[in-house]
Write a protein that binds this ligand. Sequence first.
Ligand SMILES: NC(=O)c1ccc[n+]([C@@H]2O[C@H](COP(=O)([O-])OP(=O)(O)OC[C@H]3O[C@@H](n4cnc5c(N)ncnc54)[C@H](O)[C@@H]3O)[C@@H](O)[C@H]2O)c1
Length: 432
Amino acid sequence: MDTLIDAIRRREARCGIIGLGYVGLPLALEFARAGFRTTGIDVDAKKVDAILAGRSYIVDVDDAEIAEQVGAGRLTATTDFGAIEGLETVNICVPTPLRKTKDPDLTFVVSAVNEISRHLRRGQLVILESTTYPGTTEEVVQPALEASGLEVGRDFCLAFSPERIDPGNARYNTRNIPKVVGGVTPHCTEVAKTLYEQCVEKVVPVSSPRVAEMVKLLENTFRSVNIGLVNEIALMSHALGIDVWEVIEAAKTKPFGFMAFYPGPGLGGHCIPIDPFYLSWKAKMNGFEPRFIELAGHINEGMPRFVVEKVTDALNGQQKSVRGSRIHVLGVAYKPGVNDIRESPALNVMRLLHDKGALLSYSDPYIPAIREEGIELDSLPLQNGYLGDVECVVILTNHREFDYPYVARTARLVVDTRNALSGIGGDNIVRL
Ligand SMILES: NC(=O)c1ccc[n+]([C@@H]2O[C@H](COP(=O)([O-])OP(=O)(O)OC[C@H]3O[C@@H](n4cnc5c(N)ncnc54)[C@H](O)[C@@H]3O)[C@@H](O)[C@H]2O)c1
């Protein structure tokens, strides 16, 4: 195993990434930039073809960055898991969704791990990066890999290291976000730490994979609960006739002991609405009933309905009904600056409005089309004059590309869930 540490330090180890999505592709690029010969493995042939052609499908990654590494022979991609045999390190970055029942769905992890097990050889390092419940690495991944006949700590190394990337964040990226690492044995931690030290500015070792797994769930549960809290404060403020945005702006002038979170139409993306339920599931399996997670989930999931109530009331104030009204949604991505609509609350808001008979349209420079059950629409350019013709505009994602003064000037009625029109007054504007 010391040979592996040496090979990593000399950048001679060959690195592999399984799953080339929002997490895996930036990580593969970091390894390649650090000088490692890196192979991305994905079941999606379109992603593999795009990488080989030097094309990016992720907002934070430029075509040129991929083309440079592919051209230099440091990055390649394949759908063939046989490539694992030629690698020294393998990072698993596949999805970890929830089932409809809110139970963890480890199908992708299990399938990737079974592929690794088939090709595992002595001296390799395997790291799980997919967000999951505490215990997954030792209870699910380790037995599957040891089914190969090899033993962790003696024949191969195994660790968990949560990915903390924030797509669309211009300041923090794979390189400058500290990396937490927990190995099954102290030596596994050491080898995994050495690997990340080659391309990440700071590595934070912890005592076990389950601590590393829990770190990620604490971080995301912290966000979910605080967003749930501020959403409840928004609902409360509405009932009390108080402007919640003004309250937050003033509260955040306190230089200690307060961190601003903002209300909105609900939670979206692949992490915050999902990850806490991984923890909740595991806690329940161990006889512990978690309350904050379930409560925050309940409040956050109710926000789309509150937005629709706001739209209904605003139209009512103009003697109009939702049924038959043209309602234009501004921003459907789950957050500003990303081309990701997974779990976006916009989908729920739009479904609810559609069910009430609204005639929907939308604009989002990052999402050219929506093809979801019940919603099949193409994004419309904002500046073509029709905003003045629709009965209501609902702002759900505050992309900075939108010309908000134009929206405020042109639209007859705006329901702003994001405080995007802050500082722009008008009788036609209703805030969350
Ligand atoms: N997106 C984020 O902001 C983010 C941040 C931190 C952590 N995470 C976590 O990282 C993990 C990956 O998330 P993501 O957003 O990159 O997902 P993604 O859907 O963007 O990418 C996953 C990739 O894995 C591929 N894949 C699925 N099954 C596979 C298999 N068996 N073998 C090989 N490839 C397979 C898919 O084709 C896809 O390209 C998840 O656990 C997620 O919770 C995501």
